[in-house]
Design a protein around this ligand. Structure first.
Ligand SMILES: [Fe+2]
Ligand SMILES: [Fe+2]
Length: 350
């Protein structure tokens, strides 16, 4: 996806929201043309109220847009004149610039689907939509807790259902391929962990309520990162020990955020607080060991580490799923090997 913009101020929001659908490249119309990967959808948030801007956009579209590609034009003012301009520029759809995240994501998904199935076919488009919907739930939960609002458990379970539906219909492999294209480290990570947890709960034949419980806990597990600075979470190089110490506070922060909320059960709060604990007592925040760590947490820890190992970061090479499992088998005494066996069966089947 390509975003044509000349606004630095709010570009982050639109890019982040579009990134829930597909990786988004940002280009300013003043910059010289550079061919990148083919773009399935072009979005512009340029103002259309003066001749220079309209000419710039027309020229950028003539360079970047290929035949039949959808173009979504975001309007600063929805006037008759602006609609005519958008129409003259060949817009496939228009939205007001302050459209909600839900509207923006839904419109982008619709335009992509109407343009025809992607290279991997219709199934891939359906999975992409489910991943975008689960991503929307994550963004909304993170925004809510960041603003001090209570977490909506129904929303969490809805997000878990999107992940489960994708895993059951398309399998783990396709889920990983799509989610690994996500730009934001935290959202990518939470969707991967949830995908793994969903795959294990399906593979073990859990009742649908339990599948939702386990997948929901995985989606929620890093909610405390909502209050960790983005500069640290998305740092393009290895974290210093001070930065690592800040990141490690996310378990307690997440727990504290959810502490007073009686709509949530203890199991969810425990998942948020304890998913970095190890059976040998070397984990954090409490150094729990052995029987103090229930099965759900043991499973989340395996899904969490497995995801971290396959994620691409500028400072480390991603492992394949089999290599990630082999690496986890070498973590002597820290992980539950019976659950790791189940994890292996579930993610290879997918
Ligand atoms: Fe974590
Ligand atoms: Fe995590």
């Amino acid at each position: 996806m390509l975003l044509l913009t000349d606004r630095c101020q709010d570009e982050g929001r639109i890019k982040r929201d579009l990134g829930l659908v597909r990786r988004c490249r940002v280009v300013t119309p003043h910059a010289p043309f550079r061919r990148g990967a083919d773009h399935a959808l072009i979005v512009s948030d340029l103002r259309l109220d003066n001749f220079v801007q309209v000419s710039l956009l027309r020229s950028a579209l003539s360079q970047y847009r290929q035949s039949g590609q959808p173009f979504l034009c975001l309007l600063h003012e929805v006037t008759h004149r602006a609609l005519q301009q958008a129409n003259a520029l060949g817009a496939t759809a228009v939205l007001p610039i302050d459209a909600s995240r839900e509207q923006l994501v839904s419109t982008a998904l619709r335009l992509l689907q109407e343009a025809g199935p992607s290279g991997a076919g219709m199934a891939c488009d359906d999975t992409r939509e489910l991943a975008a919907r689960a991503g929307l739930v994550l963004v909304e939960m993170m925004d809510a807790v960041r603003d001090g609002h209570p977490l909506d458990k129904r929303l969490l379970l809805e997000g878990a259902e999107f992940v489960l539906e994708a895993i059951q219909s398309a399998g783990v492999r396709q889920w990983l391929d799509l989610v690994l294209q996500h730009d934001d480290n935290t959202y990518q990570h939470c969707l991967l962990v949830a995908g793994f947890a969903a795959a294990v709960s399906v593979s073990l034949g859990f009742h649908s309520k339990d599948r939702g419980r386990v997948t929901g806990a995985a989606l929620l597990h890093d909610i405390g990162k909502a209050l960790i600075p983005q500069a640290i979470l998305n740092k393009p190089s290895r974290l210093s020990s001070e930065e690592m110490a800040v990141v490690r506070t996310h378990t307690q922060i997440g727990y504290d955020m959810l502490k007073g909320q009686d709509t949530l059960d203890d199991e969810l709060r425990s998942a948020v607080r304890n998913h970095h604990e190890f059976l040998d007592g070397t984990g954090y925040p409490s150094g729990l060991r052995g029987d103090q760590i229930p099965d759900l947490i043991r499973l989340l820890t395996i899904c969490d580490i497995g995801s971290a190992l396959i994620e691409r970061r500028p400072y480390k090479s991603p492992l394949s799923v089999p290599d990630a499992i082999a690496e986890m088998r070498r973590m002597n005494g820290k992980l539950d090997h019976d659950i790791l066996d189940e994890f292996q069966k579930a993610v290879f089947v997918g």
